[in-house]
Design a binder for this molecule. Structure first.
Ligand code: MOS
Length: 733
């Protein structure tokens, strides 16, 4: 069922106020206003602020997997040139929080829970002095030799059902598997992933009396303020975080990490600002990872290829006591039919660094496996994989019975297929050869839940006819500056050049933050609401409702009445705070963004090397707010998909649980040579249930299933079904 505005609000069609605006700024592929600052190196990132008297801290990491710090040989390094302090504080060694709650897990003083956990901070006048001293610092531990599990599959790893993950059960899956005309029962595994944001985690901490100012690289500032306050046992009112530019996050900056807490503690103790920048290796070793997964997928289909049963069970891992468990089955709950079902996630307690949200937690790895298993079913049932998917889109969410707010999956499958030339695909493998390369095509659906987070934003219509948008919302490279300016400009009838957007400062109204694809729709809706309030006031001055007001090029009009904004404002600025929170429509409807991936690969007949030759993604995510930034998010997601399919893998040493490939030389994200020209199709859609903007999240959609399409193309090319990601050549040859 497709929800229309008519159903929701009794309006005659799906157009809302935004569609009636004369300018049509929203949706346009406008450049990011801050782009020139970034490419000329003049946008100031966290580590780049120049503060008087600022000193440098370097984190020291444990070189054991578990134990207790017994002695820190401070005296040896405190005597070294420039060294000011060696700090090892209980709060500092607490685990980084992962965006799941405001509280850091309680922890004993200086207990090491995983290899490379930060245990101390060395502060010196210069970075080089601090690094030298940190390298020289000797730390002794007790209980370091005790055996602890590093492997989620090992017998001594405890397995639990995570507290916030309820299994979905319906009917009798076992019986459905027995009754099925076609049944698939397969095990897949996916490795851990690193967020690998371009900007490493960095903080400069400064105290002004009892107030803490952090310049830090974070995604969700209002939440991060609470976290740091909790770690330091101070009031959140005493903390301000400034982060106008953030060089990527992908989940790794949802919660504060060690460098922020350490810098704050050191700055307090020394009475000077302290900068702590993690090295790339430290980011890999201490910031959260995506859990590896083992997934069992059972698909039971009738003779027509319709699912009668669906099982998706996953084993993930995390440290003991951590709430987060990769929600592998999140999209499986609503994507396909099959009332007889069992979906569940279990978490193995092991000693590796914290597992948390990494780009599209859940769907990224859950969809890639589900979609690979669907390919196996299509082959078994003798159906075209696109047709199989179309046949299995239920009218309502199985078991729950919730209707869908909107779903452009069929359109995405059809348009993506046309774009790639799917009709040229051969149904069975090893049919197309070009020189030494087997060529094949694969498809996968994309789905990602739509999330809204409470948000506020202030919009000021200045007396001079310009506008200012202010919120602590971050722009982590996703286009927030552009989008929020477009929304305000559209709503207030101003060209984009007259709208200024100020972000990333917790002294401003609290936005949603960036994460979970919720930033644009949440904070964007708050901006829209603020503008609605301004339009209402302007309308009053002109004697009409806000909705009836027309504003173009700084002129407000209603019928015959017309007045310039500057005259209407009469020397007074007009400021309004808009706010939004998820309402009833989030309970009443299953809300998700959808899409489809089509990939063509070549597999080298003698080496097993896989090259992605072409890839298309078609996506429907409600109203497109900026076609350029949305497309970029989709491109980025598909690049992640190529990495997840072919190269990315955290490798742990099972002797001590240390991460072996802790840098970008050894952890292989796709490079230009790995990525062909990618096609992105944006499907116009309106979803009135999702947000006042009628937009849904798009940030993470492009990764959700992408690797499955590539794996399916590999099978179609060469007939090798690899059920262990990534598909490195040793597994194919
Ligand atoms: Mo999201 S996990 O913050 O990319």
């Amino acid at each position: 069922m497709r929800m229309t505005l008519a159903d929701m609000y009794n309006t005659p069609d799906e157009r809302n106020l935004l569609d009636t605006m004369k300018q049509g700024i929203i949706g346009k592929p406008l450049d990011r206003p801050e782009g020139p600052l970034k490419v000329t190196g003049t946008a100031t990132y966290s580590a780049e602020y120049k503060l008087d008297g600022c000193v440098e801290g370097v984190l020291v990491l444990a070189d054991i997997p578990q134990g207790t710090v017994s002695t820190i040989h401070r005296d040896d390094v405190v005597a070294m040139p420039g060294v000011l302090a060696v700090l090892a504080d209980e709060a500092m060694v607490r685990r980084s929080t992962q965006g799941t709650s405001g509280k850091a897990p309680a922890q004993d003083v200086q207990t090491v829970d995983y290899f490379a956990q930060p245990v101390a901070l060395v502060v010196a006048e210069t970075f080089e002095q601090a690094r030298e001293a940190a390298l020289a610092l000797k730390i002794e531990y007790e209980g370091a030799g005790n055996p602890v599990p590093f492997d989620p599959e090992s017998a001594d790893a405890e397995v639990e059902t995570p507290s916030d993950s309820k299994p979905v059960k319906g009917g009798d899956l076992e019986q459905a598997m027995r009754d099925a005309a076609f049944a698939i029962d397969v095990d897949y595994d996916t490795p851990g992933h690193a967020s690998a944001a371009m900007e490493p985690h960095a903080t400069i901490a400064e105290w002004q009396d009892d107030r803490l100012i952090l310049r830090g690289s974070y995604q969700m500032l209002a939440f991060n303020v609470k976290e740091i306050a909790d770690c330091l046992s101070i009031s959140p009112k005493k903390v301000r975080i400034i982060a106008p530019y953030v060089g990527g996050g992908f989940g790794s900056k949802l919660g504060i990490t060690h460098e922020a807490v350490a810098a704050a503690i050191a700055a307090k103790e020394l009475g000077r600002p302290v900068r702590v920048v993690m090295t790339r290796q430290q980011v890999f070793q201490t910031v959260m990872r995506r859990s590896e997964t083992r997934q069992r997928v059972r698909l039971a289909a009738d003779a027509a290829g319709k699912l009668i049963g669906l099982g998706h069970e996953a084993l993930v891992s995390n440290l003991p006591d951590e709430d987060f468990a990769e929600p592998v089955t999140q999209a499986t709950e609503f994507l396909y039919g099959g009332e007889n079902r069992l979906l569940k996630v279990e978490v193995a307690r092991i000693c590796r660094m914290t597992a948390g949200s990494v780009r599209a937690p859940g769907e990224a790895v859950g969809m890639q496996v589900l979609e690979a298993a669907m390919d196996e079913l299509a082959e078994k049932a003798g159906l075209d994989p696109v047709e199989l998917r179309k046949r299995n889109l239920p009218a309502k969410v199985p078991v729950e019975g919730t209707p869908y707010s909107s779903r452009m999956l069929v359109e995405a499958l059809e348009q993506g297929a046309a774009q790639l030339g799917w009709d040229r695909r051969k149904p069975s493998p090893c049919q197309t050869r070009e020189g030494d390369w087997w060529i094949g095509m694969g498809v996968a659906s994309a789905a990602r839940v739509n999330v809204m987070i409470p948000a506020e934003a202030r919009v000021t219509l200045n007396a001079d006819g310009t506008a200012l948008v202010e919120t602590d919302q971050t722009d982590i490279g996703t286009g927030t500056y552009a989008i929020l300016g477009q929304i305000a400009g559209e709503m207030l009838g101003l060209p984009i050049s007259k709208v200024r957007v100020v972000l990333g400062d917790t002294s401003l109204p609290a936005g949603a933050g960036s994460g979970g694809s919720f930033g644009a729709i949440s904070t964007g809706s708050a901006v829209m609401r603020a503008c609605e309030a301004i339009r209402k006031k302007l309308g009053k001055k002109l004697g009409c409702e806000g909705d009836a007001l027309e504003i173009t090029d700084g002129m407000a009009s209603h019928g015959e009445k017309q007045c310039s904004l500057i005259d209407l404002l009469d020397g007074e600025d007009m400021a309004e705070i808009g706010s939004i929170k998820p309402g009833k429509t989030f309970k009443d409807f299953s809300q998700a963004s959808y899409g489809a991936f089509f990939a063509e690969v070549g597999v080298h007949a003698f080496t097993g090397e896989v090259r992605v030759r072409r890839m298309t993604g078609a996506f429907g995510f409600g109203r497109v707010l900026n076609a350029k930034t949305a497309r970029s998010q989709c491109l980025g997601g598909m690049v992640w998909g190529i990495g997840s399919a072919l190269t990315e893998e955290l490798a742990f040493d099972m002797r001590d649980g240390h991460l072996v490939n802790h840098d970008l030389a050894e952890y292989h994200v796709p490079v230009h040579a790995d990525v062909p020209a990618l096609d992105v199709i944006l499907l116009e859609e309106r979803d009135a249930a999702a947000s006042p903007l009628q937009a849904k999240g798009v940030g993470e959609l492009g990764i959700c299933g992408a690797a499955g399409a590539i794996a399916n193309a590999v099978y179609n090319a060469c007939g090798v079904r690899v059920r262990s990601f990534p598909l490195t050549l040793d597994k194919i040859i």
